[in-house]
Design a protein around this ligand. Structure first.
Ligand code: 5AD
Ligand code: SF4
Length: 433
């Protein structure tokens, strides 16, 4: 009987893709099948995130839970960013763990499987040219990595220490992967990297000069590709050429992630973000002017060391002015290996909690104001998933979740849908015949 694996994936889209890569290696090259639960698996993998403290603490209790329910011979592997960061400490603290495999080392999954207590966490390891097997968890959308690692040194962020320095994946490999995905029916290509619009600054080995804007053009020329999304871009690298391509290329979905982090120029400086409040506001305004029906999402950290009431008001001002369609907001969490954890002006927890609550409450109000604009309008929805109760779910070009009555025959299709009901979490629509 085939061996079975179970993967739990935490964190960002990069991790989702890393999990798919590991699955591909296991299924295609080792003959594994996916288990429906951890208790029937021969291999349990936890693909971790270390961006905030909470998930790291959760990891060890989770390993304990898996250890209780697993088959006696089943192996447990810890992968991803916390694996990179803690390395062999994980096995010391939880001896039940069989191997530790860091982010940007996932191509070694077959190797560590059979090496007891293997630890592979080299953040300089270059797998930018590794040919992973072809396996995707969605038929309709293809995640494709365009770079590994991150060269930015944001003072709050652990990622450069878990995913190492930035290396772009050769454009011809990206295009080849996108062509294959499109041929097998994926109309949507989702380009992934820690800092996508910095693409092309460094390749391993010789490679013709190429920037992100050019890469977008090339992917958009592929037959069968109808939608292109990408994450995450950095506001600093949003130059005019990039914004113009974004606005005028009909295949590029009109939703932009602009991670603000803070609205205060003083705090942005302390975060080493490289842009000011004014730059961010100007770029967002320009985008809104160029792209009707644009949706902008963002990440915001409150309570960064030294954030005064006035600094927080700057963040609230940007929130009012840009009117983000989606906000991922977090309380600052001091991380090991980052400069900001040693700043001496840490913000008390209760102040940070209060600011987070205020920001989220105001954003919810704004969403309530914005959502009524959608009612009665018709959007092109790409249906990707069956939902209970005879519903199918998909996304509009500008990334709103929409459900409508329907079945398999709508999956993989882009169809016009009239919005009949809408809430903060998503909308319900009616397929327009
Ligand atoms: N504390 C809180 N939030 C953080 N993020 C990254 N590092 C930290 C930290 N130390 C947030 C940023 C980033 C998102 C992925 O996680 O907003 O954009
Ligand atoms: Fe988490 Fe960042 Fe690693 Fe993604 S890259 S898994 S967000 S720490």
């Amino acid at each position: 009987m085939a061996k079975k694996f179970f993967i739990e994936t935490l964190g960002c889209a990069m991790n989702v893709r890393d999990s798919e890569h590991m699955m591909a290696e296991l299924v295609i090259k080792e003959g594994y099948e996916e288990a429906s639960s951890a208790s029937e698996a021969d291999l349990i993998i936890i693909n971790t995130c270390s961006v905030r403290e909470k998930p790291v603490n959760k990891l060890f209790s989770e390993i304990g839970q898996f250890a209780k329910i697993k088959k006696p011979e089943a192996k447990i592997g810890v992968c991803g960013c916390t694996a990179s960061h803690l390395g062999e400490e994980i096995i010391k603290r939880a001896p039940v763990v069989d191997f530790v495999l860091g982010a940007r080392n996932v191509s070694k999954i077959r190797d560590v499987l059979n090496r007891p207590k293997a630890v592979e966490v080299d953040i300089e390891y270059d797998e930018s040219r590794y040919a992973f097997g072809e396996l995707r968890t969605s038929l309709y959308k293809a995640y494709i990595n365009i770079s590994i690692g991150c060269d930015k040194q944001c003072s709050f962020c652990i990622v450069p220490h878990t995913r190492g320095e930035e290396i772009s994946i050769p454009a011809e490999l990206i295009v080849k992967e996108a062509v294959k995905a499109a041929k097998s029916g994926a109309k949507e290509i989702f380009l992934l990297g820690q800092n996508v619009n910095n693409y092309g600054r460094r390749f391993s080995g010789e490679h013709p000069k190429m920037g992100f804007t050019q890469l977008l053009r090339e992917v958009s020329e592929i037959e069968g590709v109808e939608r292109i999304r990408f994450t995450s871009p950095h506001p600093l690298h949003m130059d005019d050429e990039f914004l113009e391509e974004f606005a005028k290329n009909p295949k590029i979905c009109k939703s932009m992630h602009m991670p603000l982090q803070s609205g205060s120029t003083k705090i942005l400086k302390a975060m080493k973000r490289g842009y000011s409040k004014e730059w961010f506001l100007e770029r967002a305004a320009k985008l809104r002017e160029m792209v009707p029906d644009l949706s902008i999402s963002t990440d915001i950290i409150v309570g960064f060391p030294g954030e005064s009431d006035e600094d927080f008001e700057d963040t609230m001002e940007v929130l009012e002015s840009v009117r983000f369609e989606q906000v991922f907001s977090f309380k600052y969490s001091p991380r090991p290996l980052t400069p900001a954890k040693d700043y001496d002006n840490q913000v008390p927890q209760d102040v940070a909690s209060e600011r987070l609550a205020r920001l989220q409450a105001r954003h919810n109000e704004m969403l309530d104001e914005m959502k009524s604009d959608r009612l009665g309008r018709v959007y092109e929805v790409y249906f990707e998933e069956l939902k209970p109760g005879g519903m199918v779910a998909g996304r509009t070009d500008n990334n709103w979740l929409v459900q409508a009555k329907g079945s398999e025959e709508l999956l993989g299709k882009i169809v016009p849908v009239e919005i009949v009901e809408t809430s903060r979490l998503g909308s319900v629509g009616r397929v327009v015949a």
